[in-house]
Design a protein. Sequence first.
Length: 298
Amino acid sequence: MELQQVRILVAVAEHRSFTRAAAALHVTQSSLSHSIAKLETEIGLRLFHRTRHGAVLTSDGETLLVPARRILQDFDLFDEAVSGIRGTTVGHLRLVYSQTISVSTGDIISEFARRYPGIRMQISAPRDDADIFHLVETGVCDVGLARIDEALPGVDTEPIATETLVLLLPQAWDSDPNRTDLPWDELSDVPLIVPPAGSASRNRLDRFSHQIGITVNAVLENENRWMSIEMVRSGVAAFLASQASEITIPGVVRKRLVPTETSEVGIVTRPGLLTSATSAFAEVARDWGRDGTDSRRR
């Protein structure tokens, strides 16, 4: 068995396609197919079902996928150790983050790229925090940024910021600009943009509103935080948003909801030895968290 065969196994499993995996690895499809066939012959197991909809792992392939990812991670650790001895910082980082957190992922990524220009990044943003925990736990991704209050077993978490749920209101709707706090029970008549049903953010909102005995007036579902803010600015509806700092947005009024509802945002990693790229990203995220809210006001 060769390392390239392991890379190909993981790539086909993740892309669910021989064609897309070949493109990602910059090899021809024929050579990729030959490598898989050779690996299957060597170990005496069928790894993939070839279907009209793509390549699907067999049960044996599923069993081998986790150790295959560990092999690649161990090789990355070795490669990064060599680079460290030579005095260079290189590597590859697969980041997954929540689209709904208020932590400025873009600022963290920008600072990381500035400090470590030799580290290549692959970034994904699934719909739900639970997907982030699963992707990190199974080794598909190296590190995540997510709400960690309900983190699944199998991952390590470290908080970097606390979010508070606030109401973002079109400025034209604000009848009392001097009022900064708003009781939850006054939301019943306010048209709201809310997270999609079934998402972790929506479940959290539904649980909390049920707990305090109110019903929100959900008129629009949207999973993209910044698009929701743009719709508030355009006067479409108000938005229940999580904020880690008091961000000022032109045309949008912020009201603190009482009683307050908070959650922790943090770094998500797999237990055990981290690659230097993962450790470096975690360090940058921690620095962002330690900077405090004043430097992030705008």
